[in-house]
Ligand binder design. Sequence first.
Ligand code: ZN
Ligand code: ZN
Length: 255
Amino acid sequence: MQVTVVGCAGSFPGADSPASCYLIEHDDAAIVLDLGNGSLGVLQQHIDLTRIDAVLLSHLHVDHCIDLTSFYVFRRYHPTGVLPAIPVFGPTDTAQRMAAAYGLDADPGMAGIFDFRAIGDGQGGPARFEIGPFVITTTPVVHPVEAYAIRVDAAGHALVYSGDTAPTPALTDLARGADVALFEASYLDGMGNDGVHLTARQAGEHAAAAGVDHLVLTHLVAWHDRAASAREGSAGFGRDVTLATSGLTLTLGSH
Ligand SMILES: [Zn+2]
Ligand SMILES: [Zn+2]
C-alpha cells in the first residue's frame, strides 16, 4: 500500500501545497481521502483521474471537500462521455452540500456522477466497509461539524488519517498498531483548547499512545513555524516525526 500526500496545508491552501488530499494506492486500486481546495490539480501529477475508484471526505469544511465540485466537472463533461459514477463517502448531508456549492438543485444534484454514501453509520456513528482491497474503518472525532477519522487497512498494513479533530481517545483507539499516522497538527503549544484541532504535541501524544510506527504531521497551517511543529510533535511522540509535504510518498511496510 502506498500513500501520497497531495495536499497538506491546514485550513487554506499554502504557497507550496493544496489543502487536504491524500492518494492511497494498492495493486490497481486507488482511493482519495479528502479533496480540499487546489488538490484536484496537483492530484493529476500523481494519477490519471479516471483511475480513482472512490473518494472519502472526512468532513465538509471547504479545505477538505470543495474540489469535489471540480471532480464533478471532470467526470460530467469528459470528452469520452460522462464517466461511470464512483462512490463518494462523506458526512450525512454531503450530496446536498456539494449540489449547493456547485449551484445545482438538490434533486438530482450530482447523482449519476457520484454515488453518495455515508462514511459513518448514517447517524454520526462509526462504520466499517470495503472498497476493493481496502478495508475502511471510520470513527467520529471532535470538530464543530460532523467529522471522521479514517483507517485504511490493506495487505497487512494500516494507515490512519485523523481528519480534523480536537484531542479524543477515539483517534488513539482507531490508530492502534498502525504503520503510519497522518495526524493533523494545526496548532502549536499554547493553542488548541478550543475543541477544534490538535497541537503538534497532542498529535504526537495520540500517536505514541496508539503505538504507531511512523507519525506524519499534516494540516500544517502556512503561518506557523514548521520547525516548531516538528520539535513539539517529536516531543509529544517521543521520536522524530515527519512533516508532510505535497508530493511525499510512503510505501507501507518498507520504511
Ligand atoms: Zn481543515
Ligand atoms: Zn475542519
